[in-house]
Design a protein around this ligand. Sequence first.
Ligand code: M6R
Length: 635
Amino acid sequence: MCGIVGYLGPAKAAPVLLSELRCLEYRGYDSAGVAIIQDGELSVLKAAGKLNNLEKLITDNKPTATVGIGHTRWATHGVPNDQNAHPHLDASKTIAVVHNGIIENYEELKDELIKDGYAFESDTDTEVIAHLISKVYETEKDMLKAIFKTVGLLRGAYALGVVSQKHPDKIYAINQHYSLSVGLGNNESFLASDSMAVRQYTNKVVRLEQSEIAEITKEGVRLFAFDGKEVKRRPMSLDSNPYVIDKGGYKHFLLKEIHEQPLVLRQTLAKYLVHPTKPVSFIPHITPNSNGAATNNEEENQLSKSYGVHLTEMELKGIDRIQVVACGTAYHASLVGKLIIEQLCNLPVSVDIASEIRGRRLMVNESSLTIAVSQSGETADTLAALEEAKKLGSFTLGITNRPDSHLSQITPNLIVTECGIEVSVAATKTYLAQLTSFYLLGIYLAEARGAITTEHARKLKSDLNAIPTLLEQILAKENEIRLASLKYADAHDVVFIGRGFNYPTALEGALKLKELSYIHASGYAAGELKHGPIAVLDSKVPVVTVLVPGVVYEKTLSNAQEARARNAQMIAVAVEGDEQAARTFDTVLSIPAVDEFFSPLLTVVPMQLMSYFIADYLGKDVDQPRNLAKSVTVE
Ligand code: M6R
C-alpha cells in the first residue's frame, strides 16, 4: 500500500516521477505528491485525490528539476486531504520524506518531538520521520548517519524515500519489511516500490532486502545494512519485455481482464501441463530473452531460477498436512484448493485468513507444507504467516502472479500464474489462475504420492484443458448477463449462497459485488442460511444461488427454495438446460455443463460480469474502487 518513486538523472524529474506513479496507482489513490530539488531548493507539489490532480499541478508549475521523490497514498493515519498527502517535510523545509507502511511508536516519538518544540502540520505518522532525520542531522551533519540513527528509533514495517536540499545529488531509500527497487539506467537512477514502475526505463534492478538503506546517485547505488555495514549486491535483470498496460479497446481494465481469463488459463496450463499423459511438472521457468530464446546468462536468469517446486519425491510423500494462508480473493481460491487437495490426495488441508495467524499457534511442523497464495506477492499478513511457518520448520510454497515479489524471496518453491499484470484493483483473472494452480498442484501431489491412478490423472488433465473453451462460451453471452444483472442494480443487500466446491464461489461473488458496486453483499454456505441469515430475506433482497449438478445439488436447491418461500428475488448460476433451475429462479445465468469438481472455474465468471455491469451502470469507478488498494502491505 502506498507507492514510492524516485528519480535522479539528466531528464526532468517530475514527468518521470509521474509515469512511475502511474504504474503504482494500484497501491493507493487517496492522494499523490512529489518533492523535487529545483534550483537548489526543495519544493513540494501534492494534491488529494487521484494522480490526475497532481499531474495538473505539475503541468501548471512546469518544474525543471532533475531529482525528486514521489508518492501515491492509501491513507492509514489521517484523512486523505492535501495536508496529509506525502511528501512530508522537516521544520526547516530542507528534508522531504515519502513513506509506505506504519510507524507503530509514532505517537511516543511525536510527543517527544513536540516537547522539544517541533510543530506538526499533518496527522500522519510520516512527519515524525522527517523531523527525526533533521534533528539528528543538526548534530551529525551527515545524512547517512542521520538515517541510521533515525531507523534505530522507529518501530514497525516501512519503506521510505528521502531527499535533502543539502545533498541534491542523492536520494536515500530505506526498507524495513517492505519492497523497494533501484533501477539503474545510463547516468540516471530510479526508485520504486515495485520494479514494474522502473521497467519502462531500465531492466537492471537492485532490490533492497530487509533492514537496508540505499544511497542512490545518478551513477549507481550503495547499500548498507541498518548496522552501517556496506552490503554488496549485483543488479538483476528483469524480463526484458515491459508489461503493456492498455485497455485493449475495452471500457475498463476489469472487463478486459475478465475476458482474458480463457487465455490466462491456457497459458498457466501450457506452462505446467505439457500433455495429459505426462505428469504435471512445476519445473523452473526460463525467461526468454528479447529474441524469444531461453537464455543461459546467469544474471538474467536470477529471477527465473527461483520459480518452480523443488521438493523431492521423498519430501512430497512425507508431507502429512497442508496449511494454506491468504487474504481476500486469494483466500477464497484457497478454500477451493483445500477441497481439491483433500479429494485428490486424501491429505488434511487447513486454510486460514493470514491476518488471523498473528498471535496464534500455527499448527505446522517439519512434515507440513505451508502454501501462501497472493497475486501481488506483497500482502503483509500473508508474508508474515509464511515466515512464521518457516520458523516452525514447515516446507513452504508460494502461488503468485509476481515472480519478482517479496513472496518469491522468502520461499524456495513458487508457482507463478501466467496472468500478465492485473491492473484493475478487484481481482478476477488472478483468481481463476490461482484456482488453476490449485487444480494443477492437487494433481501434482496426487501423482507424486501415488494417490490417483494414471487413468484418473489423465482424465483430470483433459477436463482441465477443456475449461478455457467453456469459459469462452460464457463470455460470449456477456450481453445476456448484462441485461439480466441490471434488473438487480437497485438492490441494497444481496445474498450469495453455494455449497461444497461453490461455497467459496458464493464468498467471491459477494466480495466482487461489494468491492465494485458498494452494494452490501454477503456469501454463505447455503446450508447456513436457515441458521440466521435467512432473517434478512424479503422481496427486496436478491439471493444468488450457485447450483451445479453433483453431490450437493439437491440440498442446494432445497436451500434456495427456503429463500424463495421468503419472497426473495431468485437468481441462479446454473448449467444450461437445468429445468428445475428454470422453474425455481426468476433469473438464470447459465454456464456450460461441467463436472462439479471443476465448476468453480466457471461459476464465478457470471458473478464477475454481474458485479461489473451493476457497478458500471451505477457509475462507480470500477477499476479503482473507493478505499481499496491492490497491494495490501499494511498489517
Ligand atoms: O495480492 P493478494 O492476492 O495477496 O491480495 C489479497 C487481497 O487483498 C485481494 O484479493 C483483495 O481481496 C482484492 N481486492 C480482491 O478483489
